[in-house]
Design a protein around this ligand. Structure first.
Ligand code: ZN
Length: 376
C-alpha cells in the first residue's frame, strides 16, 4: 500500500508538494496553506495513511514565512493514532523547514499543530452544557459561513463575568480550556461552581470563530479578518462574530472578562492586561494584578515572568477585545495565553502543553475568580 496524505476534513490544512516512497522510508514535502483572503498561516492538521511500520519524514518547507517563525524553535508537532491522545512527535526545525519523523504502529495517523477541537466536538459541548440544570443557551447569530455563535449562561448573581475563546481559531487549546470551565461550572458538588453561580452570572462563548476553525485557519474568519482587531467597530460584513458578542455584552455589562488564546512563541502561560486604556482606574488595575498574582500562587502552570510588553499610558489598541472591554465597561479584562510549546518551568516530555492541562488551568482560573468575586 502506498502512502497517502489528506486534509479534507474539519480544521484540515496542508498542501502536498511531493511524496517520495522508497524501501528505506517515505519523505513528503508539504506546505501550510494561508488563511482564506489572508497572509496568515501556521496551523496544520492532516492524516497520513499507509504508513504503518514505515519510517516517515514529513517536511513542512514554508515555515519561515509563517505568522510566527519563532514559534518553530523548540516546538514539537502533535501526533495521534486514536484522535484522543495527542503525543509530542519527533520534530526538528532548521532553515525554514519543520521536519516531523514518525514510525507509526497504526494506520492511519493524524498530525496537527496542537490537539484539534472540532466543530462536531463543539456541538457536543453545547449539547452537554445546555442539558445541565441552570444553564441557558442562546444563539447570538450566524457567521458568514452560516455557523451559529453560541452563548451559554450560568448562574444568577449580580457580577457579570464573560469568558470567550478562540477568536484565533488555530488556538485550539482555548476551547479545551472552555470545556474545562464548563465541566467545573456545571458540577453541582463543586463548591467553587456553587459560589460563582450564586454571586455571578457567567457568560461563555466557547468558540468565537467557528468558520476559521472549520476551515483550518490560524488567525482569521471566513473572509480573512482577525477578529481581535475589530472590537472598536465590528461590522456585519467583516466581523459579525464580534458584533454579536459585543452587542450581548452591551446588554449585560461586564465586570470581569477573560479572552482565551494560545501563543506560538512563548513557552509559558501568562496573561496580558489593559494598562494603556484612556480611562484606567487604580481599582481596575489593582484587581487585575490581584487576579494575576493569585493565579500564579495557585498553579505552577501559570507565571508572571514571561509575557507581552505592557502598553504605555493611553497607548492601548482599542480594536483588541481586552482593551475595548476594559475601556467600554470599566471591567477587569485579560487575555489569557497558553503555549503551543510547553510550560518550560514544568515540562511534560510525552504531551507538552495539552488539552488536559488547558482544562485544569480553566478550573484554577475559576477558583481564583471565586476568591475575588465579592470585590470585583
Ligand atoms: Zn490569539
Amino acid at each position: 500500500m502506498s502512502i497517502s496524505i489528506s486534509s479534507g476534513f474539519d480544521s484540515g490544512n496542508i498542501n502536498i508538494l511531493s511524496i517520495t516512497d522508497k524501501p528505506s522510508g517515505v519523505r513528503a514535502e508539504l506546505e501550510i496553506v494561508t488563511d482564506h483572503q489572508s497572509d496568515f498561516y501556521q496551523w496544520f492538521h492532516f492524516r497520513v495513511a499507509g504508513a504503518a511500520g514505515r519510517e516517515v519524514e514529513l517536511a513542512i518547507v514554508n515555515c519561515a514565512g509563517s505568522a510566527y517563525p519563532d514559534g518553530w524553535l523548540n516546538y514539537s508537532a502533535r501526533v495521534s493514532e486514536d484522535r484522543e491522545n495527542w503525543l509530542l512527535a519527533d520534530t526538528s526545525y532548521a532553515d525554514g523547514t519543520l521536519t516531523i519523523r514518525l514510525s507509526p504502529d497504526a494506520n492511519p495517523v493524524w498530525v496537527a499543530y496542537f490537539a484539534p477541537y472540532s466543530m462536531e466536538r463543539h456541538h457536543d459541548l453545547i449539547a452537554f452544557a445546555a442539558c445541565q440544570p441552570g444553564v441557558a443557551h442562546r444563539e447570538l447569530g450566524l457567521t458568514l459561513d452560516g455557523q451559529p455563535i453560541d452563548l451559554l449562561t450560568i448562574g444568577d448573581g449580580p457580577k457579570q463575568v464573560w469568558l470567550y475563546a478562540r477568536q484565533h481559531p488555530g488556538e485550539s487549546m482555548a476551547q479545551w480550556w472552555m470545556e474545562g470551565a464548563l465541566e467545573r461550572l456545571t458540577d453541582d458538588d463543586d463548591s467553587v461552581a456553587r459560589l460563582l453561580r450564586q454571586k455571578a452570572t457567567i457568560h461563555l462563548v466557547p468558540n468565537m470563530n467557528p468558520d476559521g476553525s472549520r476551515r483550518g485557519h490560524l488567525r482569521t474568519n471566513a473572509v480573512g479578518v482577525n477578529l481581535n482587531r475589530e472590537w472598536h467597530e465590528p461590522t456585519a460584513d467583516r466581523s459579525p462574530e464580534v458584533l454579536f458578542v459585543r452587542n450581548a455584552m452591551d446588554e449585560t455589562g461586564v465586570d470581569l472578562a477573560i479572552d482565551v488564546h494560545g501563543d506560538e512563541a512563548i513557552p509559558a502561560v501568562f496573561i496580558a492586561g489593559f494598562e494603556g486604556i484612556p480611562s484606567i482606574t487604580d481599582k481596575q488595575l489593582a484587581l487585575y494584578h490581584r487576579y494575576r498574582d493569585t493565579l500564579a500562587a495557585r498553579t505552577p502552570d501559570f507565571q508572571t515572568r514571561l509575557g507581552y510588553p505592557v502598553a504605555g499610558v493611553g497607548r492601548a489598541n482599542l480594536s483588541m477585545s481586552t482593551n475595548q472591554v476594559a475601556e467600554r465597561f470599566g471591567a477587569v479584562a485579560m487575555t489569557l495565553e497558553m503555549p503551543f510549546k510547553d510550560n518550560d518551568d514544568l515540562p511534560d516530555a510525552d504531551y507538552g502543553w495539552s488539552p488536559a492541562r488547558s482544562m485544569q488551568l480553566a478550573k484554577d482560573c475559576l477558583a481564583v475568580l471565586a476568591e475575588m468575586i465579592e470585590d470585583i
